[in-house]
Design a protein around this ligand. Structure first.
Ligand code: ADP
Ligand code: ZN
Length: 766
């Protein structure tokens, strides 16, 4: 192989091989931390060969101009190489913080989410872990010149110096400086003098601080599993023994005992000498669930966004060394290296918060499935309202298993749900009111009885409703016969199914009516004021994403509510999740219209989830709880099914709609968002991207694949940037990977726009 002469001269001073000659040696494959797909090979010097491992960060030179970049070692192999191969520059980290399986996982994340291997690995590894934050820096001293040689030198050694040298000679291996000086009774200056002479060398080591956790013996509850739970555990056991990958969807209403199944399955893995990961949505971590789990499981390492860098890095190390056996945590916990992973559980698998909001925009549940597949272990996805993707897979795919927990453990009745049509209410009150008369009455009764209430309102800035106060009809999509949603910032009505956008009409489109339409919108602040005004004696607290910035503040309010120091808890949907307050007897959903919390084809799914979650909050200790759901769309099928707690029929109905419309789970979607401070540039660049994708699509001929757009995003302008979206769709996941691969290879996803975000399997379309 005739090499590029500039490259040879660049590195010739390091060459082991004469030009043109070949030899065998260690070759490292490196994935640079750049957006480029390509990995590069480098030779490894013998002196580095010992110090280098897969997953380690190194500095290398790439390209004609020998640009210096950081990258991860993703492969190590003995190969024939010649002088054209550049050497590894130097190690950035002195060890790897990722296992080989995690490096392989990074590759799959890159392929699936259209991001480079190097960037995927970077996203997987927290900075604090890499910097070994929280580890103690310990200095070690070592004798480097033999004592016999030192004593032969002219000049007399002071007794303290001599004592240090003797101690080090005896120790034979490096000694901690602190221990050495203490033993000898010498000051640091004596040692520095010896270092200056070159007789003693110092090295710095990172060591784990002594664990200070209190050892808690796991406690056992006084009940045994019921038949359904036992069946689920047996099935997991069977999957584990097969030693192959498999997904279980554990579907059961809240209170059906799913958590108990996780605990048993995790304990079984521990008994087999394995580790386990349990992933939970962020919000759940502040609740009783975690304290319950930590009481029931030994050696738990907890990962959540409230950890300091040091805490995170120490935890990571403890799991990686096998010291901690159970990982419980939010997103990043899915990447903690476990030398002997036996089980992964994902609680509330349908939670949108499992989606990462930075590149690569991975979904933690899906990454967890990839990881379980790499480890050839079972994964359990738990939910009371499974995502339609998971539910569909569980019913159709070989490697999925649907396990149902059909009833509540305590055989409590589910609460009574009242649906209030707010259009009637407004027509009768002659103005848009926030609280219906039923809501008002039931809340009042609850407070009179000294019971607690929760009130939900998702206050999203662009959530408005348009309706006709005269004939009550809504604005419908002419293509799809579904109600259109109003987006205030872009002043548009949109159809979530076909993406049609129209200006907001001013008059009713019903030909026999034609009256002026009315627009209304409310927020949580207004709700709090109203409730205070009506019930001046009640103690009221409000929780939303603004007040949630301080985790402790949130925890304090939750605790006060638990201790019954608060009567009414007002908040966004976040208070509907995972919390368990036995004395809540009334829950009010102020605005259940999907427009207030979803702006895409998942509106019905989100509505069903919301009502089900809310129903799960009320009456957890006693029967007879009441739920009021206010809406202007009581006719939505999702609402009807939710009232009867009928997930199966809801899923049947919704999946049929999705199939007809060619939407997930019957298709894969990628959303591209281009933004620029100048609107025409954002739009033109989006046009360019669409054309390029069309060209590529015409050469690939993938059945059912297509591109839609560009369209203005729901949030048309964000942080002074105009935003346009392009939607790419294919029928099969493999087609999508192929298409994205070609698009990246042909640089179709590079743009003059300020940013081009690629979101594979998006969960939000804002
Ligand atoms: P989920 O996770 O499905 O909401 P949990 O596992 O939290 O359900 O169970 C709900 C409640 O029932 C918990 O208080 C739990 O301790 C209790 N529980 C779970 N399994 C049983 C059982 N087999 N017998 C009695 N109580 C149980
Ligand atoms: Zn439509």
């Amino acid at each position: 192989m005739a090499g590029d002469s500039s490259i040879i001269s660049q590195s010739s001073e390091f060459l082991w091989v004469e030009q043109g000659q070949q030899r065998e040696g260690l070759v490292a494959e490196v994935a640079p931390i750049l957006s480029t797909e390509k990995t590069h090979n480098f030779c490894v010097y013998e002196e580095l060969a010992e110090a280098i491992e897969i997953g380690q960060r190194v500095l290398v030179q790439i390209g004609k101009r020998a640009r210096e970049v950081e990258g991860f070692i993703v492969g190590l192999d003995h190969k024939i190489w010649d002088s054209t191969l550049r050497p590894i520059g130097q190690c950035v980290d002195d060890r790897s913080f990722l296992s080989e399986k995690l490096v392989a996982l990074g590759r799959q994340i890159g392929l699936h989410y259209a991001c480079s291997w190097g960037l995927a690995l970077k996203a997987m590894l927290p900075e604090a872990v890499r910097k070994e934050s929280g580890l103690l820096t310990v200095r070690y001293a070592k004798l480097v010149t033999p004592l016999e040689k030192i004593v032969q030198q002219p000049g007399r050694l002071s007794p303290k110096r001599r004592a240090i040298l003797d101690t080090l000679q005896q120790a034979q291996e490096p000694m901690s400086v602190d221990v050495l000086l203490r033993e000898v009774g010498a000051g640091a200056s004596v040692l520095s003098a010896l270092v200056k002479c070159g007789w003693v060398s110092l090295e710095i080591r990172k060591e784990m601080p002594k664990p200070d956790d209190v050892v808690i013996e796991p406690i056992d509850p006084d009940f045994s599993l019921n038949a359904d739970q036992r069946a689920a555990c047996d099935q997991i056991e069977k999957m584990a023994q097969r030693g192959s990958f498999g997904v279980m969807l554990l579907y059961g209403v809240s209170g059906s005992g799913k958590t108990e199944v996780y605990i048993h399955a995790i304990r079984r893995a521990l008994a087999a000498g394995q580790q386990a990961i349990l992933l939970v949505p962020e919000i759940v971590l502040t609740t009783q669930l975690v304290s319950r789990l930590t009481q029931r499981l030994p050696d738990v390492a907890l990962f959540h966004s409230g950890l300091t860098g040091s805490q995170r890095s120490i935890m990571w190390r403890r799991v990686a060394t096998g010291d901690k056996k159970v990982v419980i945590g939010t997103r990043s916990a899915v990447f903690v290296p476990c030398p002997n992973l036996g089980l992964i559980c994902v609680d509330e698998e349908q939670e949108p918060s499992y989606k990462n909001l930075q590149t690569p925009r991975f979904h933690v549940r899906d990454v967890a499935i990839m990881r379980a597949n790499l480890h050839r272990i079972p994964i359990v996805l738990g939910s009371a309202t499974p995502s339609l993707e998971t539910y569909h897979h569980a019913r159709t795919r070989q490697d999925y298993h649907l396990q149902v927990l059909p009833s509540r453990v305590m055989s409590l009745s589910l609460p009574k749900i009242h649906v209030i049509d707010m259009r009637d209410e407004w027509a009768e009150c002659k103005q848009p009111v926030l609280l219906s008369r039923s809501m008002h009455r039931l809340l009042g009764e609850t407070l009179d009885r000294k019971q607690q209430a929760m009130m939900l309102l998702n206050r999203r800035g662009f959530a408005y409703r348009v309706f006709c106060p005269t004939c009550k009809s809504r604005v419908m999509c002419p293509n799809c016969q579904v109600g259109m949603v109003v987006h205030a910032p872009s002043k548009q009505c949109r159809c979530h199914y076909c993406n049609l956008r129209t200006p907001i009409p001013t008059h009713c489109m019903n030909p026999t009516c034609g009256q002026l339409l009315q627009q209304v919108g409310f927020g949580t602040q207004r709700l709090e004021d109203d409730v205070r005004g009506f019930f001046s004696d009640a103690k009221i607290a409000r929780v939303d994403s603004d007040t949630m910035t301080h985790r402790r503040e949130y925890e304090r309010i939750i605790k006060q509510f638990q201790d019954r120091e608060i009567d009414v808890l007002i908040g966004t949907q976040m208070i509907a999740k995972g919390l368990d307050f036995p004395h809540v007897r009334f829950v009010g959903v102020v605005d259940a219209d999907p427009t207030s919390y979803a702006s895409d084809f998942r509106v019905n799914e989100r509505l069903f989830q919301l009502v089900t979650q809310v129903a799960g909050r009320a009456g957890r200790a006693e029967s007879g709880a009441q739920v009021v759901v206010q809406t202007t769309m009581p006719e939505l099928p999702a609402m009807r099914f939710a009232l009867h707690h009928d997930f199966e029929s809801f899923a049947e109905n919704e999946l049929a709609v999705r199939r007809r419309a060619g939407l997930p789970p019957f298709a894969r979607i990628v959303r591209l968002v281009l933004s620029h401070p100048r609107e025409e540039i954002a739009r033109d660049e989006a046009d360019v991207v669409v054309r390029r994708i069309q060209e590529v699509l015409s050469t690939l001929a993938l059945a059912g694949a297509g591109v839609l757009g560009p369209n203005v995003c729901a949030m048309a302008r964000l942080r002074n940037m105009y935003r346009y979206e392009v939607i790419v769709r294919t029928t099969h996941a493999t087609d999508l990977r192929k298409l994205m691969g070609v698009l990246r290879e042909q640089k179709c996803l590079f743009s003059k726009a300020k940013s081009l975000v690629v979101d594979v399997d998006p969960v939000s379309f804002s």
